[in-house]
Design a binder for this molecule. Structure first.
Ligand SMILES: [Zn+2]
Ligand SMILES: [Zn+2]
Length: 343
């Protein structure tokens, strides 16, 4: 089969590799649609321990069942499917406690983890355990299904916020995770949703995705949000960026007793206005990956509760992947979500 293989920093090649065979309890999925994640890009640039060459990336995808491994039942060749890509162990204490998102023994399709590497979906075919298969109704497209994994990240973070009905919230970073955060916050009943970003076309997209207001981070974010909330501040701040400026402005604009959702992690180390956060009695809540949220997110799409399709700004054949990765890494495009497809 053909696959887009990561050979090292800035070295991606579309080449022939052996087609994987599904082992007992596994299925072979013919990839239809795979989305490029920000984490794939930082891996491509050489900035991630989670992408060790040689590796086929791709953890946000959909396709059709092409072959069943031994002992697999309840599905058939040709079924349209999505795949839950977190292959947690299920036996460690974290897994037993419902924290499969942080299981130390997990594999993630398309990445390299402590447990090892697992080839992903930027290829003709990918292998997955049958228990990770999500049946895909005809009403949901392959492209939409490829966005369920990033949606699950935003959905989990939004659930961490608690009751949202009538609340004033802000979202830092109008990239895919922030935009899906906007959609989830809206769907959970938030009243005012203020998107904050430095890129104008992203702010435009945020408004299209359901944000009530958009603020360019070059403006006086504190003064504007104070005015918008009658001097009180935000109940919830969803930080999809995770850089010193967003975390500290987040602490600033959150109301006393408010919640700061820490989702983005662009900066691994951040000096924060710690005393200020304590004295405001803020709740600093981190959110990482997903547990049940992929299946829940797909159901939200099936139920028409959110429209993830609008975020897709480009679509190319997987065969052009090497060029697309280089273009995205150069930072010259204004794309929000790019799909690679096998049509
Ligand atoms: Zn991702
Ligand atoms: Zn585990």
């Amino acid at each position: 089969m053909k696959a887009l293989v990561y050979h090292g920093p800035r070295d991606m090649r579309y080449e022939d590799v052996e087609t994987p065979k599904p082992k007992k309890g596994e299925v072979l999925v013919k990839v239809k649609s795979v989305s490029i994640c920000g984490s794939d890009l930082s891996g491509y640039k050489g900035g991630s321990a989670m992408r060790v060459a040689p590796l086929i990336m791709g953890h946000e995808f959909s396709g059709e069942i092409a072959r069943l491994g031994e002992g697999v039942s309840g599905m058939k060749v040709g079924d349209r499917v999505g795949v839950v890509t977190n292959l947690y162990c299920g036996t460690c204490q974290d897994c037993k406690d419902g924290l499969q998102n942080v299981c130390d023994n997990r594999f993630i399709i398309g990445t390299t983890m402590k447990a090892g590497g697992y080839n992903g979906a930027m290829a003709d075919y990918v292998v997955a355990p049958a228990v990770k298969i999500m049946p895909l109704p005809d009403s949901v497209s392959f492209d939409e299904c490829a966005l369920v994994e990033p949606l699950s990240i935003s959905l989990r973070a939004t659930k961490h916020a608690g009751e949202l009905k009538g609340k004033n919230v802000a979202v830092f970073g109008a990239g895919p995770i922030g935009l899906m955060g906007v959609m989830c916050l809206k769907s959970f009943g938030a009243k005012r949703i203020i998107a904050i970003d430095i890129v104008e076309n992203r702010l435009k997209m945020a408004l299209q995705c359901g944000a009530t207001d958009a603020i360019n981070s070059n403006e006086d974010v504190l003064a504007i949000t104070r005015k918008m909330t009658d001097g009180v501040g935000l109940d919830v701040v969803f930080d999809a960026a995770g850089v010193p400026a967003t975390v500290n402005t987040g602490i600033e604009i959150a109301r006393n007793g408010g919640t700061l959702l820490m989702v983005g992690m662009a900066s691994p180390k951040i000096e924060i206005e710690y005393k200020h956060a304590v004295c405001k009695e803020l709740r600093l809540q981190a959110s990482y990956m997903y547990t049940a949220e992929m299946r829940e997110g797909l159901q939200m799409i099936v139920d028409g509760k959110l429209n993830v399709r609008q975020m897709i700004t480009s679509r190319y054949p997987i065969s052009e992947g090497a060029r697309i990765f280089e273009e995205l890494a150069s930072g010259k495009t204004s794309d929000i979500k790019v799909i690679l497809a096998n049509d």
